[in-house]
Design a protein around this ligand. Structure first.
Ligand SMILES: NC(=O)CC[C@H](N)C(=O)O
Length: 347
């Protein structure tokens, strides 16, 4: 077994065990999810981040491609108390450093106290403290990744379930999880997945019933073009969004987003619907939040822990967004009806 070095802000270096070699840098975040490691590691929203699992044993039910959310691993590196060989081998084959045998409680406490922070990693036979510190020094703040959508979006438009009978969805792919497409296709929608920088002509050519903005990595304020595009359809097309999609729709409607201290990442985040007073358990993965919904959007759901907006709606303008992940994968299925509600807007 070889050594790994994890350098965090303040130039503190943690020595641990390398399970997959390499160098990496990214924003250090944690998830409390106890299952769903394959889905989390392939979720494009983790691009440019280093993911710490707070659950101590990661990999105990193997690695199966059917559970992947995209075609590659997105976090730049992964940390856990213990990775199984299955996960370590998978990450090695993907060229993504994996580090274990470190006190992840300590790492999580540090992130909770100090906020998401920059991190540098050096792991494997050639690892050194200096290399980890060099990676840390080269690490950018998340909001300085100004075109991160380009790293995760499709390059060309694709269509799923072309012969379906359901509504036509134009899905702006800012790094969409596969399960979002699957959830729509299961309901027989025709899903056109469009590059994150699609134009009004691209959308109009499809004559869609709904414009849907996907989840995605990075600072929502850097997706200005997507927000401008959404703005042109307010009142003309029903609008939907998940996670980054909610943030972009809010910005399009005159709202604002802000960075959270350490975000919400896990599969047991309680969300209260303000109309029914019902609480659902949700999957989350976000580091930014809608700070100001703007004049037209109503906050219809909130996070029970910190009151941040989890659902935004405008019935008249036919807008429906969620900050959490109703498609689950991983996580509870409590909110799958969101997709039925979105498709109902098309009628
Ligand atoms: N899962 C997502 O869509 C994340 C949205 C955004 N990148 C955030 O961190 O808040």
């Amino acid at each position: 077994m070889t050594t790994a070095y994890v350098a965090i802000e303040g130039d503190r270096v943690i020595e641990a065990r390398s399970r997959a070699p390499g160098r990496a840098r990214g924003e250090l975040v944690f998830t409390t999810a106890y299952t769903g490691y394959e889905e989390s590691l392939t979720d494009p929203s983790y691009e440019e981040q280093i993911l710490t699992f707070s659950y101590p044993l990661i990999g105990n039910y193997g690695v199966r491609e059917e559970r992947f959310e995209s075609d590659r691993v997105h976090p730049r590196a992964a940390l856990a108390r213990e990775f199984t060989d299955d996960v370590a081998d998978w990450l090695e084959s993907e060229g993504v450093p994996a580090v274990d045998h470190l006190d992840t409680r300590d790492v999580v406490t540090e992130i909770r106290d100090e906020g998401a922070m920059k991190c540098g990693i050096s792991a494997g036979p050639d690892a050194s403290r200096g290399a980890a510190l060099d990676e840390l020094a080269a690490c950018k703040h998340m909001s300085d990744h100004t075109d991160i959508g380009a790293q995760v979006s499709v390059e060309e438009a694709t269509v799923h379930n072309e012969s379906g009978d359901g509504p036509r969805i134009a899905l702006l792919d800012c790094g969409a999880k596969g399960s979002i497409v699957d959830s729509l296709v299961e309901r027989d929608a025709v899903v056109h997945v469009l590059p994150y920088d699609a134009t009004q002509d691209d959308i109009d050519a499809l004559d869609p019933d709904v414009l849907f903005v996907s989840n995605g990595p990075g600072d929502p304020a850097t997706y200005e073009a997507a927000a401008e595009l959404v703005d042109t359809y307010v009142g003309d097309l029903p609008l939907a969004g998940i996670c980054l999609g909610q943030q972009v729709v809010a910005e399009a409607l005159g709202g604002a987003t802000a960075k959270m201290e350490f975000g919400h990442r896990g599969v047991n985040q309680p969300v209260r619907d303000l109309r029914s007073n019902r609480v659902v358990m949700t999957t989350q993965n976000h580091g930014y939040t809608v700070d100001e919904p703007g004049p037209k959007l109503n906050v219809t759901q909130v996070n029970v822990n910190d009151d941040t907006p989890e659902g935004l709606e405008n019935d008249e303008l036919e807008i429906l967004t969620r900050q959490y992940h109703p498609e689950a994968h991983p996580g509870p299925n409590d909110s799958l009806d969101f997709f039925d509600d979105v498709l109902a807007l098309a009628n």
